[in-house]
Design a protein around this ligand. Sequence first.
Ligand SMILES: [Zn+2]
Ligand SMILES: [Zn+2]
Length: 352
Amino acid sequence: MNNAKAYSAASATSPLARTTIPRRDPTEHDVQIEILFCGICHSDLHSVRNEWSSLMPTVYPIVPGHEIVGRVTNVGSAVTKFKPGDLAGVGCMVDSDRTCPHCQADLEQFCPNMTLTFNSPDKHLGGVTYGGYSDSIVVNERFVLHIPSNLDLAGVAPLHCAGITTYSPMRHWGVIKGKKVGVVGLGGLGHMGVKFARAFGAHVVVFTTSPGKKEDALRLGANEVVVSRNADEMKKHAGSFDFILDTISADHDINAYINLLGHDGNLTLVGAPEKPLAVSAFGLLFGRRSLSGSLIGGIAETQEMLDFCGKHNITADVEVIPIQKVNEAYERLLKSDVKYRFSIDMASLKSR
Ligand SMILES: [Zn+2]
Ligand SMILES: [Zn+2]
């Protein structure tokens, strides 16, 4: 067993603080990775504060982080995909049963026996898995991603959650050249949605409540920006969208967006509002529109997304912070005060 430096929270009300955690010695199929950057996802904060206790109660201490990028330092004897020195990424999952229908379909994210990167039962060491706010991690090679060599690593880290979360539904619902795509909300998820939709060749419309975000939305690749509080502006787009990606995790009027879909248009939710959303059936009946959700993506699709990013030079827009600023970053995250994702530079873990 190895000791790794990490940051953990001891309870729902404790700040994250320096600690030491065990990491297993690589088994024959494992890859050991020195973590260089880890993105901060809103679900890190939800888990640290046990805000999803009914669905996934947090086991303390918790080491969050599932937007991991680093360099391979050691591999097990049977590993074929990686060698020491390779760049490597790890996202939200570190294992699954590989036998269920979901795994067989390359949709490990729906596997009933999937192991999350943190706060999931650890089959090797007991206890729970520890995530990426750490200087190293050991993961089965099937769940380790190859990283294109041309990309900025700090901006690559968030692709492992925010990236695949927005890429996957667009691929599933056929976002291609010539389609009209809406992105609701311009945060960590939304800004990635804009980049992907534009790279797919779609006509991209960003919906935001803040007129101040207009310029940035255009810079990120939007063709148009609509201030959603402006009823006239909304009306102009009625019945015209092929696909809308809704990234909002606060309560909002979803019918206003369903009504912007054309026939057979789809609205996919990737945000998770706390309270149930009220949906008017008529909005779906007229035009055979559909409403769906999406959750990250399988490993094969995550690799496809990373390769796509390499080809199109796509990374997340990040603010790089030392890990000593992580608690401050959480407070800023609550105020959406980041453009558009925090990425922790793990070199900072070496210093006090
Ligand atoms: Zn995440
Ligand atoms: Zn499975």
